[in-house]
Design a protein around this ligand. Structure first.
Ligand code: ADP
Length: 200
């Protein structure tokens, strides 16, 4: 199984690219979705987070108050590391488990914070969805109806474009229209099928 990690900054087009790979029959394993499922009520990770951060991170319904957690870790590096030490090994284990169940020639693992989370070892190749910061800004402002300042703050809290590109084996340029994105997805799909075939 060839494992391709797909990453990119907020608004780079990761979700859109994943949907296009999916329509070609490629399974997508999404780190964000796994992270969410790991903190459902009753999950050991949620108990550990509550022990470490206190019950103020829980909503009245007993679910994780994600906004509160984001506030707690935003400017506190130690707390951020603590949260990551609870979540990242579990996310990784779950990804490995799901990859082992697949039978396709290759799969994509979508890892938004690949550079930051150090989860790169799981993948054989890294595919970066790349666009300019001004495109990211514009698309996220439109998608999430957020202010320019709020989106700019998220972009600057993430790994830089250069740091991501430095890790890339493959790059999709998503500064054009959807057709341009789709053509590149199709071309990488063929490339990954061919790499997977030659490996087996
Ligand atoms: P991410 O998952 O990386 O945050 P998305 O795939 O959600 O990014 O894309 C951000 C927004 O930009 C979405 O509203 C999406 O529909 C739009 N978008 C993505 N790629 C393009 C493109 N090539 N042209 C125009 N809009 C795009």
């Amino acid at each position: 199984m060839l494992v391709v990690a797909l990453t990119g900054g907020i608004g780079s087009g990761k979700t859109t690219a994943c949907r296009l790979f999916e329509t070609l029959g490629t399974p997508i394993i999404d780190a964000d979705l796994i992270a969410r499922s790991l903190v459902e009520p009753g999950e050991p990770a949620l108990d550990e987070i509550t022990q470490q951060f206190g019950s103020s991170v829980l909503t009245t319904k007993g679910t994780l108050d994600r906004k509160r957690v984001r506030q707690l870790i935003f400017s506190d590096r130690e707390k951020r590391h603590l949260l990551e030490s609870i979540l990242h090994p579990r996310i990784r284990r779950e990804m490995v488990r799901r990859i082992a169940e697949l039978t396709t020639p290759y799969c994509i693992v979508a890892i938004p914070l690949l550079v930051e989370s150090g989860q790169i070892e799981i993948a054989d190749r890294v595919l970066v969805i790349d666009t300019t910061e001004s495109e990211q800004l514009q698309r996220v402002i439109e998608r999430d109806e957020q202010t320019e300042e709020a989106v700019a703050a998220i972009i600057s809290s993430q790994a830089s474009r250069a740091a991501r590109l430095a890790l890339a084996d493959d790059i999709i340029d998503n500064s054009g229209d959807i057709g341009h994105l789709q053509a590149q997805v199709e071309s990488y799909h063929q490339k990954y099928l061919s790499i997977a075939k030659n490996r087996s």
